[in-house]
Structure formats: C-alpha cells, structure tokens
Design a protein around this ligand. Structure first.
Ligand SMILES: NC(=O)c1ccc[n+]([C@@H]2O[C@H](COP(=O)([O-])OP(=O)(O)OC[C@H]3O[C@@H](n4cnc5c(N)ncnc54)[C@H](OP(=O)(O)O)[C@@H]3O)[C@@H](O)[C@H]2O)c1
Length: 343
C-alpha cells in the first residue's frame, strides 16, 4: 500500500525544518523578527523556520510576528499553530503600518505579480507605495527585501547568467515595478542609513507550487509543455527561506544585492523528460528553445551559504511522487513560459 500524500501541515513542517545556518544566524542576532507578507506561498515556511530556529538556539522568548491581510485565513491558523504571532494589517494603509511593533529584524515578502496586466495601478501600489511606507516605518531595523531575478534582462542560455553587477532591465510592467521596489527601499536606506539586502530570488519550488509542479502536472496530464523559455534556475523552498534568514546578517548600507537560486541551469525540456521517465509517459513538447532566458548567476550566495541541501534530482523526485499521489496543489501556476513580461 502506498502512503497518502503529505497534508499542508506536514509539508510546512518539512519546509520549515531549521537548517544549521539559520540557527547560527538567529543565535547571533538580537531582537524580535517580523515577516511582512507572511500570508503567501513562502511566508509560512520562513516565519515557522525562524520560530523553530530560535527555539533550537535557546532564544525561546524572542517573538516572530507574521503580518498580512490574511486573505487566506487558513494561513493564519497554521502560523499560530506553529507559534508565530500573527497581526492582520494592510501594508498599503499608512495608519495600519504605524501600529506595527518596531523590531530589529524584518523580512519583507509582500508584493504583487499576477493581475498586473489587468490592474497595473494596484501592482504599482503594492510594489512601490507599500515599500515606501515600510522602509520609513522600519528605518532602524535590518531588512531583507525579497526581490526577483526578473529585474535582470534575458541573458544568453550558453552563459553563466546575470550576476549582481548586471544592470537592471525593465522587461515589462511587473518587472519594472520590482525594480521600483528596490529603488524605493534603496532611497530610504540612503536617507536613514538602514541596513538592507535585496534578495533577488529565482523560482522557489516545493511540492504544491513552482515551475517543477507546473511542468510535472502537464506531463502527467499529457498536456503540451512549452520549451521556448529554454532554461531556468530554481531552489528548494526550505533552502530559500534558510538563506533569507542568514541574509539578515549580510544586510548592509548601501544595500547589498544578492542572487539567490540553485547552482544549476535547468533545461525545461530535460525536466519534462525526467518527469516523463518517472511517470512512464512521453512528454508533449512544443516550441523551440530561445537562445536567451531569465537566468541568474548565484555564485556569490553559493560561496556564502554553500550548495542547497536539496538537489535538482531530489526535488524532481519529490514533486513527481506528490503529483502521482494526487497531493494537494496551490493552483498558482508560475507562468514561467511568459516571455513578454506580462503576468
Ligand atoms: N515564490 C517564488 O518563487 C518567488 C520568486 C521570485 C521572487 N519572489 C518574491 O518573493 C516574495 C514572496 O514570494 P511569495 O511567493 O510568498 O509571494 P506571494 O505568494 O505573492 O505572497 C506575498 C503575500 O504578501 C501579502 N501582501 C500583499 N500585499 C499586502 C498588503 N498590502 N498588506 C499585507 N500583506 C500583503 C499577501 O498575503 P495576504 O493576501 O494575506 O495579505 C501575499 O500573499 C514576493 O514578493 C516575490 O516578489 C518569489
């Protein structure tokens, strides 16, 4: 008899298992922790890993706050169950931001990607006005600002990927708002001397969402997989959030830029074929690989933190097993295929 797929609680338990580097970091840092935008795909993993790392480090009295509007109330219940103190707040409302507790350590995850095409004004507010309110309120904190590899231009598939010295591009409206988020935070860092780090993340993956789930689901259902984007980078969510915690120690003024993803350039075609082998069916591939893509060179974060604990092969196997077992998915496709910057 095969085991039933893990439920949300078991998955969050797995993703939030504190890695040694995260425990060492919270041992070094004083003060409480605040995760802004905790209600989304990564927030629970990050906030709960912080809680468990603090407990493992013997800092049981330090508080981890999780802030969101909680449009998914179940996220709030799950966070509280793991010992995170939740605070409901719309970060676009200055009056509500003013009431948040002042803490030493802030992880900023709030943002908006999907729906940019239909409601661009809202995305600009979420990705630039909210940063302005947050950067002013938390001027005395150290802040890890979640950003994205989408701030870079497409780079040649054959090359090493964009590194932190690569100038930003404005590839579509969403990516432009992400450059805006970094610019607004940096402006207030200069004004107030705040220590910040721009956490330029490329594709977090776990069992319920991510590029692997997108590709694997299509292969399993016999639907076409578009290979035009060619290649991508990813990192297992547990490794991504551990790095976000470690990055609190690397915040700087002027803000430090850091690419965070895995060491591998992964071909969409190859991933589809690997899922095909595991599912015992041939993937349906459409399109032809372009010669450029959004690819990041994460050498610097790999030097600082070492390789991720979950390899490309292991991540594919885990996702394949979850899909085959009919495990729950978030139903939030990444739209990794989009090459026009429209989301
Ligand atoms: N996941 C990835 O693979 C990936 C890749 C590259 C970059 N990133 C970046 O990493 C960050 C975190 O990723 P994610 O996947 O967890 O994003 P996400 O699923 O969009 O979560 C962000 C959450 O922030 C909250 N939020 C948005 N506006 C808010 C507001 N005005 N006030 C309070 N809360 C607000 C929302 O929860 P509520 O509705 O409950 O408020 C939302 O679910 C994002 O900003 C994204 O740019 C993620």
């Amino acid at each position: 008899m095969t085991n039933p797929p893990p439920d949300d609680h078991a998955i969050e338990d797995l993703l939030s298992t504190p890695l040694p580097g995260a425990i060492e970091t919270v041992q070094q840092l004083e003060g409480d922790f605040l995760v802004l935008g905790v209600g989304g795909k990564m927030g629970t993993s990050l906030a709960v890993m912080l809680r468990r790392a603090l407990d493992a480090a013997g800092r049981t009295s330090a508080v981890v706050y999780g802030v969101s509007r909680f449009s998914r109330p179940e996220a709030r219940t799950e966070l509280e169950r793991f010992g995170v103190k939740t605070l409901a707040c719309d970060l676009a409302e200055a009056g509500q931001v003013a009431h948040l507790p002042e803490v030493a350590n802030v992880e900023y995850l709030a943002g908006q990607k999907f729906g940019t095409d239909s409601a661009p004004g809202e995305t600009w507010v979420q990705n630039t006005v909210v940063p302005s309110l947050v950067a002013q309120k938390f001027r005395a904190s150290r802040i890890v600002v979640f950003s994205t590899g989408c701030v870079y231009p497409f780079v040649p598939i054959a090359g090493p990927g964009a590194n932190e010295a690569t100038p930003v591009a404005f590839l579509g409206e969403y990516a432009s708002t992400c450059v805006g988020r970094e610019r607004v935070f940096s402006h207030y860092a200069r004004k107030f001397g705040t220590r910040q780090l721009m956490f330029r993340l490329n594709y977090s993956v776990e069992l319920r969402y991510g590029v692997l789930v997108d590709v694997g689901s299509k292969v399993l259902r016999g639907e076409p997989v578009d290979v035009t984007m060619g290649s991508f980078n990813f990192i297992w969510q547990g490794d991504a959030v551990a790095r976000a915690i470690q990055c609190l120690e690397h915040t700087a003024n002027p803000p430090r830029l850091l690419n965070v993803t895995g060491p591998d350039k992964v071909s969409i075609r190859w991933v589809a074929e690997e899922f095909g082998k595991l599912f015992g069916r041939s993937p349906v591939l459409v399109g032809r690989e372009a010669d450029n893509a959004w690819l990041a060179d994460a050498s610097e974060s790999l030097r600082l933190f070492g390789p991720p604990t979950v390899t490309v092969d292991a991540a594919i196997q885990r996702v394949a097993a979850h899909l085959q077992a009919g495990g729950r998915l978030l139903g939030k496709p990444t739209h990794f295929e989009a090459r026009d910057g429209k989301f």
